[in-house]
Design a protein around this ligand. Sequence first.
Ligand code: MTE
Length: 342
Amino acid sequence: MLIKHAKKSQLKESQLTSESVYKDRRNIIKGLGLAALSVPFTSTASASVFDIFSGDDKKNDAGSGTFVRTPLEFTKNTNFQSLTPLTPEDKILQYNNFYEFGTGKGDPAEYSQQFKVDPWSLTIDGLVDKPQTLNYEDLLKKFEIEERLYRMRCVEAWSMNVPWLGFTLASLLKEAGIKSNAKFVRFETIYDPEQMRGQASRFVGGSIDFPYVEALTIAEAMNPLALLSVGLYGKTLAPQNGAPIRLVVPWKYGFKSIKSIVKITLTDKAPVNTWQALGPDEYGFFANVNPRADHPRWSQASERFIGEGNVFQQSRQKTLMFNGYEEEVAHLYKDIDLLRYF
Ligand code: MTE
């Protein structure tokens, strides 16, 4: 998500596994992680080309640290089970955006394996009747966990299909009690430069002013699609995917789905989200997936679906309005000019 200026001295390699571990076949995809300078975002085309080159028959070490994901009990939500094909688990685990650990797609898996998720505390405060703090066990036990297969569309024009585990954001907000003057929900990621190398160095973290912040309107937050995820593929989240708890809003670009949340604040003032602050002409508050609203530097009409195989075997597909969730969310924006409020 950065403009990356190629200087020979700044080139480094990172690695991504390109085949599903289920099939026990492993390829190497080498990422050319060009150093991130202070301006946000690569073009999509160049991001794809820079991030992935293919190769064969080498062992992948990215993400081979010690973080252990534990199996979760859950029910399958039958309304969201028919999405195929799913993106292989190893790709969801190793092709990530999580600038707190670095700007390369392989950095989050490589540098987050020692990240501590327990103890954890998630505070819900602001304009709520019952401000509260949930600990790690609460996150996994307090709400009934369901599995939902959702499409995920990054603003960089790649996409995945992910089997998330979690509970609705609405259930947590209802439990806290929304005061009548609350208009927005603001989310904040943990700030811990000792554990997150991207927070310790502006260069590593893509010049973001951490902590990472995101926000939704109350109506968006209460939409039944908005999920707080605590796992995927049957197990708790890995740090690189936002353990122990992250947001998933599938009709919006992936940057809205903030990871490793420590604070949820209800407010009457519109928060400025991290990417909006970095590039207000390029990233808005809403960030709804929209094939007709191109990014100033690239088209959003199509996307590269990350499935089996390496980048050269992956197909492009048409981007869908609201990422395919038009029926569920279009009513939220019926009075809004989506090209102006992007
Ligand atoms: N949350 C935090 N705190 N920091 C980030 O850099 N990146 C976002 C989002 N949430 C990001 C974040 C972006 S750009 C995307 S596309 C998704 O996380 C990627 O989620 P994934 O790596 O689990 O696929």
